[in-house]
Ligand binder design. Structure first.
Ligand code: CA2
Length: 147
């Protein structure tokens, strides 16, 4: 069965509890439940992980070798800073879709730079929690998974 990893980075555990004007009212638990329900509909499996620690995200990316077919990654602020995440993604054969709730290109200049984008299949941003569903569709299509 096609297996996807939904990986969320720093502070995304706070979704729905702080700054709803920027990141909305949906909690991470609700997003993960939506991803699990969609996976069931699509006949694939999902594992959802969140970490505030860069090294744990690197470990999770490395551990997908032989265990997952695709990664949907919202690396949060590490998107804009992390050569370690870039190197981890470059070291695996598993495709990665970069995801953001907000449109990072319409925000502060420092959010326009992504270290993930050059090693990602593509980027989805600006669609809020719907982006996770869009990213799952995009990844399943990329993997040739018939739904
Ligand atoms: O738009 C996104 O998904 C981001 O990855 C979110 C990151 C931000 O640094 C990126 O530039 C874009 C920040 C996540 C912080 O999440 C919070 C949620 C609720 C309250 C406070 C922070």
């Amino acid at each position: 069965m096609t297996s996807l990893l939904i990986l969320n980075g720093p502070n995304l555990n706070l979704l729905g509890t702080r700054q709803p004007e920027v990141y909305g009212k949906t909690t991470l638990a609700e997003i993960e439940a939506m991803c699990a329900a969609k996976a069931k509909d699509c006949g694939c499996s999902v594992t959802c992980l969140q970490s505030n620690c860069e090294g744990e995200l690197v470990n999770a990316i490395q551990a997908t070798r032989g265990t997952h077919d695709g990664i949907i990654l919202n690396a949060g602020a590490y998107t804009h800073t992390s050569v370690a995440l870039l190197d981890a993604i470059a070291s695996i054969d598993v495709p990665v879709i970069e995801l953001h709730l907000s449109n990072i290109h319409a925000r502060e200049e420092f959010r326009h730079k992504s270290y993930i984008a050059p090693v990602a299949v593509g980027q989805i941003c600006g669609f809020g929690p719907d982006g996770y569903s869009l990213a799952m569709d995009a990844m399943l299509s990329h993997l040739g998974h018939a739904t």
